[in-house]
Structure formats: C-alpha cells, structure tokens
Ligand binder design. Structure first.
Ligand code: AP5
Length: 242
C-alpha cells in the first residue's frame, strides 16, 4: 500500500538521450502511482498509428531533430488536463527547449494549480548525468518491447535473446537508435535542451543525480531527493522488479 503522502509528487526528468530518463520515469511513476508522461512515447505511438500528429512528427524524429514546440505543448497540455494527473505526474522528455520550459511554468501556474482538484506542487526537476561514452553504449545497445519495457544487450539483456522477459513480445530497435541519428539527437540536446537545465538552475530548482551507476542505485538517489523535498516517508523496494 502506498502512503497517501507519496502520491502527490510531480517530477521532471532531464538528461541527454540514453541517460535513463525512461527507465527511471517508469520506476518512479509506478512507485508513486502517478502517470508517466513521455513525449517521446506519445509521439512514437502517434507515428505508429499514422495520426495527423504522427505524420507531422515522423520525418523530424527520424532525423533526430525536435518536433515543434507548438505540437508538443498542445500534446502535454491535453495530457496534463486528464484527471489522473491532478495528484502528480512524471514528465519524461519534456520540457526540451527553453520555450517549452517557460510554457510549462505558465501552464502550471495559470491553469493547473488553479484547478481545485489539483493537489500537486511545483515539479521537482531531476537532471540525470551520464558520461558521453556510456550514453553511446546505452543507445546502440537499447532494445524495447512494444509494451514499453526497456532492455540493453550490453548492460541489461533479456533472459532470452530479443524477447521481453515480462510479456514474451519480440524486442525491437528504435528507429532513431541508428548511429547517424544518435549523433543528431545528441547535438540537438547540446544546442536546445541544455538551456532548459540552465533555466531551472537559475531558478534553483535543478537537482543532478549520478546516472552512471546501476539502475537501482540511480533510483535510490532519486527517491532520496523526492523524499527530502516532499518530507515523505522512506521509499521502499522501488527497483525490486528491475
Ligand atoms: P525521447 O523518446 O524522449 O528520446 P530521448 O530523450 O532521446 O531519450 P531516450 O528515450 O533515447 O533515452 P532515455 O534517457 O529515456 O534512456 P532509457 O531509459 O531508454 O524522444 C525521441 C524523439 O521524440 C526526439 O528525438 C524528438 O524528435 C521527439 N521529442 C520527444 N519529446 C520532445 C519534446 N519535448 N520536444 C520536441 N521533440 C520531442 O535508457 C537507455 C538505455 O540505457 C536502455 O537500453 C536502458 O536499459 C539502459 N540504461 C538505463 N539506465 C541505465 C543504468 N543506470 N545503467 C545501465 N544501463 C542503463
């Protein structure tokens, strides 16, 4: 049973491609029973279903560039207005430009916090820091299951080659995990997303964790940060199923 106090948590994960945002966001969202909102996952789902948004985003994503702020902010505002986000959320991959960060603060202040059902405070911003060579290994070795479970052939392989341990589905390589696209994504991060970290740093809201450590140890650092900032009780066994 999760303590009521633990539910009211809002977290933003920042970090370069391959830092482990998705891996940690799933664990933290599961533990605190709040929705995991990944703009990358929402966009990939739209691409797979061939929606109007997906058609607009597909070529941009395949080049490793960022989708327009307008499309992504619309998507996030829709998702944050769903009632399950009233008591918290984990944002993964958003905000990713200084414009998105400014938009999010304004949205939360003028719309979200005004909602009388909302019990959540200003999000905690966690920057996952990882060595550059480690990032390349993580991205080139990543395999994902269509249901969202994440593996790595070097660092966290499935028990049976190319098959998800949890649901037996065949693992796939993401379209943008090709070497030439990875370079573009890392360049987009340096140019467009690093200013987001500066934005939160200047507001004294950024907390960095060491993402080079094994998954459970990174999770433990994140839980400590959340507990300290929320004065919540000890988070237990978050990584037990990893
Ligand atoms: P998105 O899906 O957000 O991709 P990303 O930011 O490039 O991040 P990744 O998903 O590649 O990495 P991650 O940090 O989640 O790492 P993971 O946990 O998987 O975005 C994709 C695209 O969508 C963008 O390029 C852009 O076009 C578009 N987009 C999305 N959001 C947007 C926005 N806001 N604005 C505009 N465009 C947007 O882990 C990676 C690997 O490492 C895995 O194999 C994992 O098993 C392994 N691993 C993780 N942690 C550890 C650890 N501690 N030790 C060892 N291995 C680990």
């Amino acid at each position: 049973m999760v303590d009521e106090g633990l539910r009211k948590v809002a977290v933003i994960f920042l970090g370069p491609p391959g830092a482990g945002k998705g891996t940690q966001a799933k664990l933290i969202a599961g533990h605190y029973t709040v929705p995991h909102i990944s703009t990358g996952d929402i966009l990939r789902d739209n691409v797979a279903r061939g929606t109007e948004l997906g058609v607009k985003a597909k070529a941009v994503m395949e080049r490793g560039e960022l989708v327009s702020d307008e499309l992504v902010c619309d998507m996030v505002s829709w998702r944050l207005r769903q009632p399950d986000a009233d008591h918290g959320f984990v944002l993964d991959g958003f905000p990713r430009t200084a414009a998105q960060a400014g938009w999010l603060d304004a949205f939360l202040e003028h719309e979200f916090f005004d909602n009388s059902h909302c019990t959540v405070g200003l999000p905690i911003v966690i920057q996952i820091e990882v060595d550059y060579n480690q990032l390349l290994r993580r991205l080139t070795g990543r395999r994902t299951c269509p249901a969202g479970h994440i593996y790595n052939i070097y660092l966290h392989p499935p028990r049976v080659d190319e098959v998800c341990d949890v649901d037996g589905l065949k693992l796939v390589i993401r379209n943008d995990d090709r070497e030439e696209v990875i370079r573009e994504r890392l360049a987009a991060y340096e140019l467009q997303t690093k200013p987001v970290a500066d934005y939160y740093w200047e507001k004294r809201r950024l907390i960095a964790v060491n993402g080079d450590l094994p998954v459970p140890e990174v999770t433990a650092q994140i839980c400590r940060v959340i507990e300290q900032l929320h004065g919540a009780v000890e988070a237990r066994n978050v990584s037990d199923n990893y």
